[in-house]
Write a protein that binds this ligand. Sequence first.
Ligand code: HEM
Ligand SMILES: *[C@@H]1O[C@H](CO)[C@@H](O)[C@H](O)[C@H]1NC(C)=O
Ligand SMILES: *[C@@H]1O[C@H](CO)[C@@H](O)[C@H](O)[C@H]1NC(C)=O
Length: 328
Amino acid sequence: MGASPPPPPPFSVVFMFVLVLCIMGSSSTSAQLSTNFYSKSCPKVFSTVKSTVQSAVSKERRMGASLVRLFFHDCFVNGCDGSILLDDTSSFKGEKTAGPNNNSVRGFNVVDDIKAKVEKVCPGVVSCADILAIAARDSVVILGGPDWDVKLGRRDSKTASFSAANSGVIPPPTSTLSQLINRFQAKGLSAKDMVALSGAHTIGKARCIIFRARIYNETNIDSSFAKARQSSCPRTSGSGDNNLAPLDVVTPNSFDTNYFQNLLNQKGLLHSDQILFNGGSTDSLVKTYSSHTKTFYSDFVTAMIKMGDITPLTGSSGEIRKNCRRPN
Ligand code: HEM
Ligand SMILES: *[C@@H]1O[C@H](CO)[C@@H](O)[C@H](O)[C@H]1NC(C)=O
Ligand SMILES: *[C@@H]1O[C@H](CO)[C@@H](O)[C@H](O)[C@H]1NC(C)=O
């Protein structure tokens, strides 16, 4: 009996409401990924992935670059869901043979190798999408770049989309600066994220067919650099299309700031590289990154984590593939 309890003060109602909104908001933007996702279910996942990446990169330094790019191309097409890893079949055309990927993305055998080893230590637990995220981080570290904690808990798609991969969501190297900015903005990434992530072109290689027009026809290019590149990339299309050149002419296998220094010297290999330092809005950022390793590294890490948050499958969506090349 006695007095009934006082009504809750209005501020607590408001507080609860805000709290609920915050929880909803955070779950829709960064999903439920967490750095300790496998700490109970597969504590050996990190050492298993790292040792396999390490031996692959020791065999071929470029493989580190190829693994970083796989993660980018996975995340930009329907989110980081391992979709790029699915093989085409007679009745299914996936992302592997889409324009930005066909004869270009590589590293699938290394992913298979990692997956097989991870399946041995924790069967059916770790997704192919998360393997891509960890392998990308390990590659950057092994090639001398920054380290970070990778957010995990992505699940694998049961399908992939040839048409989505061809739709321009992965911007072509002929893009203008505003096209590059818009394509990244469409994925929730800023112009700053875009420039920092382009710094991944401090490692790896590109084909003659991709940079031919730049080295023969563009004027914002160092002439001795253009000549050197022309010597292994003939003007006539068809011949030498697959000849390779390093994206960073100075230190092609080190994750450093030379990519940005090259841009200051008009030695960007791709049109989409040099456009980042061509009198436009991103010039000052390129200048900063060229001489401030720590700033580049910390912005790169921030952007890699943001990229890894792009619409993952979580909870009971998708599946944990047994073989990264096909749905279960
Ligand atoms: C800004 C827009 C971007 C464009 C237009 C672009 C375009 C390209 C092209 C055309 C190639 C060479 C492909 C070939 O010759 O077959 C390439 C290679 C590469 N890209 Fe990008 N890229 C972009 C952003 C990124 C991002 C965000 C990353 C990763 C964070 C990345 C990582 C790489 C790496 C590491 C390579 C070398 C791969 C290897 O050697 O196997 N790129 N990129
Ligand atoms: C992918 O490349 C192969 C080999 O060059 C070619 O035969 C095939 O037509 C290409 N696929 C698509 C979808 O363009
Ligand atoms: C250079 O530009 C000219 C004129 O637009 C074009 O005909 C030619 O095919 C281009 N060359 C290369 C290698 O892209």
